[in-house]
Structures are given as C-alpha cells and as structure tokens.
Design a protein around this ligand. Structure first.
Ligand code: KG4
Ligand code: ZN
Length: 365
C-alpha cells in the first residue's frame, strides 16, 4: 500500500503591510514563501498607513501568488486547501486577503481555512522544530502584540500575560523614530546596536504589576528624556518644552554623534530584551514548563536570540526561534498551521468575515 499523498496548502497573509503567500506540504515542508512589502510607501509617514497597505495588497496579491506557485513549481489545481489570516490586523488589509482567499477557494473548489495570525507566529516554531510537543510557553513579540501564553495541544492557548501599553515591536519602531533611524525601526536598531554599548545608558526595566504582563512605554519615555537631555546640552539642542515625542516627522537628532545614537539604541535594545527574558523565565518557573517558542517580527532580533540562547543554556531551557524569514509576517506560517486545523475539520464557509481583534483561542487567565 502506498503512503498518503502530501497535502499542499497555500497560505495568505495580509494583516499589515506585507502581502505574503506561502505553500507548505503537510504542515512542515516549505515549498515557497513569497513576500511583497509596501514598506517603502509607508516610510515617509513613519508608520503603516492602513489605506495604503490595503491598496498595495490589491495591487500585488496576484503577482505574489504567481511567484509562490512558480517557486513551488505547482499549478493552482495542485493545491489541496486555501488558508488565510482571519485576524488580528488592519481591517482593510485583512479584508483584501480574505476576499482573495475566498475567490481562490471557490474557483478551485477547495476548503477555506481561517488562521489566527498570532497562533501562526507560534506555529513557525513548530515548523523549524517538528519534534516540539505541547504544552510549551509561547512568547509572541510583534509590532502589534506582546504576549506570553501556554500552548496546549489541539491549538488551545492559555493566556498568561500581555502588554499593558506598547507592543515591543512598536517600542522599537518609536525609539528608532526618536533616533532618526526611519521605519521600520526594529531592524535598524538591531544593526546599529552592534556599534553601541548596551550598558552605556541606565534605562528602567519597567515591569507591569501582573507578573506576566509587559510594559514598554516607561522605557520608551526614558529614552525620549535621554535624547532630550543630549539635545539640550548640545549647541543645536531643542528647548526643554520640546520633548521629542513620537510623531510622523520627528526632529532628527542629527547633531548627535553616530556613536551616541548607537549607545542609545544598544541600551534600549538590552532593556527590552531583559524585560522579555525575565518575564518568560518567570513563566517557565511558574508553570514548570521548560520549552519556549518565540515568534513574531521581533524574534528575528539578533541580541534577543543570543541572550535567550545564553539564558536557556544556564537555566536548562529549550528555546526555539524560527528562522528570521518565518519570524516576520509570512504566508508559510499560515499555510503550515492550516494543516493541523484542516485535520481537525476547522474549515470555514465562504461567508467567513475577518476579525481585526482576534487574539488566540484562549482558555482564560
Ligand atoms: O510580526 P511582524 O512582522 O508584524 C506584526 O505582526 O506586527 O512584526 C513587525 C515588528 C516591527 O515592529 C519591526 O520593527 C519588528 O517586528 N522587527 C524587529 C526586527 N525585525 C522586525 N525588531 C527588532 N529587531 C529586529 N531585527
Ligand atoms: Zn505578525
């Protein structure tokens, strides 16, 4: 008797500024992962403009699908199911992806599988480490979310804590803007930090009251105050009332030396990493779990990966990071997670609506 034919799923991700389509076989084998980003269109505004993101999805989604199929050397008829991010995300952007997915599912007569974006970020860990067995701790670190949960079998999540203010990626982006590093800020801070000293500036490791909640606004404000002090003490400085709060066109601190900016970037990054690691280790102690999966755009941060690796060795934890291309928004993680969902029969009707506020299928806190 021959083995069962492989199940190939195409996953569509349009929750923010990436138009991404991936094809994955049996939830594990990556056949393609095509991405088009509208990032350069948002750069001048210092952040993602929802209408621009949605329009860019409309313009590029066909092209990205063609690229994904070509990379995988497949025709649309070879696909077994169509998966799509249902939420959370920008309403207009989600809507475009879902409408496209429905059209494909209808025309090919294939099942439509809705996927939670945050669950997909965590599933990326399962794709890079197939032997991973729930339960384990999940840490989602993206531009819109920062949360700690226990990942149980059958796609159930127990929320342990989340951010009370900014998401950590948002904090990276806002601090980068303060430093005149452009958008998106995470990769820029990651790179520039290599030239800076992580201990140069004492910054608060602000903790939210709940043991597993996060808070990053105090850290961001401390960086803003530090920049203000530096600018004031320089000849070209701004007045004390002009606290450089984040805005689309911030005063670029071009009177600061590159070395000074690198020190601020490295010190901020170190504080953010400290906060993420300490809460995660606490969650491991509290639950007795020793495996952690980190997902989301910030999981591609090199300092976070190194420090977590060191901590894991010291505390005898297993910390799984997907490869960077599966950390940032991508279609492969959507296609991957859809495989176990399809096996559970979690197929949606074509009347499915997107849900911008979807946030894991939690079992309370
Ligand atoms: O998961 P993601 O691609 O989109 C959302 O679901 O939000 O995450 C985007 C976030 C942005 O805030 C971006 O600045 C951040 O991830 N990011 C990074 C790095 N690469 C992306 N933050 C820190 N270091 C990086 N290398
Ligand atoms: Zn994401």
């Amino acid at each position: 008797m021959g083995s069962a034919p492989p199940i190939r799923i195409l996953g569509i991700e349009t929750s923010c500024d990436e138009t991404a389509i991936g094809i994955v076989e049996n939830g594990q084998r990556l056949l393609s992962n095509a991405v088009a980003s509208s990032l350069t269109l948002h750069g001048p505004y210092g952040g993602v403009i929802p209408e621009i993101a949605a329009r860019a999805h409309v313009e590029t989604v066909w092209h990205v699908m063609a690229q994904a199929l070509e990379e995988a050397r497949l025709t649309p008829e070879a696909l077994d199911a169509i998966a799509v991010t249902q939420g959370p995300g920008l309403p207009g952007a989600l809507h475009i992806g879902l409408a496209f997915a429905k059209g494909l599912a209808l025309s090919l007569d294939r099942p439509l599988i809705p996927v939670d974006h945050l669950a997909a970020h965590l599933y990326a860990g399962q794709m890079s480490c197939p032997e991973l067995e729930p339960p384990y701790i999940g840490l989602v670190v993206s531009g819109g979310h920062t949360l700690l949960c226990v990942v149980h079998a059958e796609g159930r999540f127990e929320l342990l804590g989340e951010t009370r203010d900014d998401a950590v990626g948002e904090a990276f982006d806002k601090v980068a803007r303060l430093l005149g590093l452009g958008y998106p800020g995470g990769p820029a801070i990651d790179r520039l930090s290599e030239e800076g000293r992580a201990e140069a500036i004492p910054l608060p490791r602000s903790t939210a009251r709940h043991p597993f909640d996060f808070s990053f606004s105090g850290l961001k404000t401390a960086v803003a105050h530090h920049v203000q002090r530096l600018l004031k003490s320089s000849k070209l400085g701004v007045e004390s009332s002009e606290l450089p709060t984040p805005n689309p066109h911030p005063p670029t601190p071009n009177c600061l030396e590159r070395k000074e900016i690198a020190d601020i970037a490295a010190s901020f990054q170190e504080a953010a990493v400290d906060i993420l690691i300490s809460k995660t280790v606490k969650a491991c102690h509290r639950t007795g779990l020793t495996t952690v999966v980190v997902g989301g755009g910030v999981a591609s941060n090199r300092r976070l990966r190194t420090r977590f690796g060191e901590e894991a060795a010291q505390k005898k934890l297993q910390v799984v990071f997907p490869p960077p291309e599966l950390c940032v928004d991508n279609g492969a993680m959507v296609a991957g997670l859809a495989y176990p969902l399809l096996r559970q029969g979690r197929v949606a009707p074509l009347t499915l609506a997107s849900d911008p506020n979807l946030c894991l299928e939690t079992v309370g806190r």
